[in-house]
Design a protein around this ligand. Structure first.
Ligand code: SF4
Ligand code: FES
Length: 376
């Protein structure tokens, strides 16, 4: 295999700490405590290496990245190297003056999540009373600080009917972009899949609403639609293809091709410090495992879409087909595709029988191990 092209993007999960407990969180069920996080100097060193490697944009995420008291310093370190920075925040509990400080440090963009378009939904899904009001305030302060704002709406059974309200909310807050993101079933979301899976009819209605609104609001609000894998015919190119142009770093410095890669038991991952970012990107067996198309089995190997979706998501293939090198079961050509519809039907039957949200395993740092055992 020839040497890979340099990466363009990096997702830096600065911490797993978070004031919210969303049951759809993409973080691992085994969350890392604060004492496992990289310190300021190490993150800054890592960011310098990322810039040297060619990374052009960094998404600062978590958990809740604003819980890092050194966030201004980290932003300044990236901005000083000309790297575009996007802060992905839940927008709860950000101290007075900090958003302005992020802007001053060189932050380029802020992405704010809303668990619902209504206060009761946001507070219930995030398990944090008063969260919605605090998010509204964060949005106002972001726009006042002159930062471009994206509203992120992670969509599932309990808020899918609020899509028109999410659109109104984004417009009222002066957002430039709205991401209607049907959740991906990995991490905590996989644990909570039955409770979160929407009905097919609701998914279809949502797609029509988004299509009509995107056309009507062109030039005013940019609406991005992350389609729901369980209702799809073809998969998405997860991470733009495994180790193709982006990677992520966990709070303890483990460098991964995607946020769920640790669920693939045959792979081991290296930590920054033991190896440089460049060595990991180019030579790590885990990064090379599914890079390009050589690893593909049929039907992907001979498929005309193999360099469009890169076989879909390796972690979803692992979770559903039990083989990380299999075709993503979201693909209609996968022999496991019917299982996606079966999961939807099972969730629908369970939801008809009782209130699905009563079954939430809320995301908690100490409860991950116990929650994983409940599911097993
Ligand atoms: Fe994509 Fe593989 Fe399905 Fe072809 S067979 S559409 S490459 S997932
Ligand atoms: Fe790992 Fe999709 S989340 S490849």
């Amino acid at each position: 295999m020839s040497a890979p092209l340099p990466p363009i993007g990096m997702l830096a999960e600065l911490t797993h700490r978070c004031p919210l407990q969303c049951p759809y969180c993409s973080n691992p069920v085994e969350l890392l405590k604060a004492n496992r996080e990289l310190d300021t100097e190490t993150w800054l060193y890592l960011f310098r290496q990322a810039a040297d490697l060619g990374v052009l944009q960094v998404h600062l995420s978590g958990g809740e990245p604003t819980l890092r008291r050194d966030l201004e310093q980290l932003i300044a370190g990236l901005a000083g190297r000309g790297v575009y920075t996007n802060l992905i925040t839940a927008g709860v509990g950000i101290a007075e003056g900090r958003i302005e400080a992020f802007a001053e440090a060189g932050l380029d963009h802020l992405q704010l999540s809303f668990q619902g378009a209504r206060a009761e939904t946001t507070d219930r899904i995030g398990h944090n009373r008063g969260a919605h009001e605090k998010k509204l305030e964060t949005a106002r302060r972001t726009v006042a600080a002159g930062l471009p704002l994206t509203i992120n709406a992670p969509i599932h059974r309990h808020n899918i009917e609020q899509v028109p309200e999410f659109i109104k909310l984004a417009l009222s807050l002066g957002a430039e972009r709205l991401e209607i993101a049907n959740i991906q079933y990995g991490g905590w979301a996989l644990l909570n899949r039955d409770a979160l899976m929407p009905d097919r009819e609701a998914v279809m209605r949502q797609a029509e609403i988004v299509e009509a609104a995107s056309a009507k609001l062109a030039g005013v609000l940019n609406i991005d639609f992350v389609t729901p894998d369980y209702f799809a015919i073809y998969p998405k190119p997860c991470m733009g293809g495994w180790a193709r142009d982006a990677f992520m770093v966990a709070p303890d410095g483990t460098v991964l091709p995607c946020h769920a890669a640790h669920t693939i038991p045959s792979l081991t991952f290296e930590r920054f410090g033991e190896k440089s970012l460049g060595e990991i990107w180019e030579d790590s067996p885990a990064f090379n495992a599914f890079r390009g198309t050589d690893w593909m089995q049929e039907p992907c190997r001979s498929c005309e879409r193999c360099e469009i979706d890169w076989g879909g998501c390796r972690c979803q293939a692992m979770a559903i087909a039990g083989d990380a090198a299999a075709t993503d079961p979201a693909c209609i050509k996968s022999p496991h595709h019917a299982r996606m519809a079966a999961f939807v039907a099972e969730a629908q039957a369970a939801a008809a029988a009782h209130d699905a949200s009563a079954d939430f395993h809320y995301r908690r740092i100490t409860a991950g191990h116990e929650a994983a055992k409940v599911k097993a």
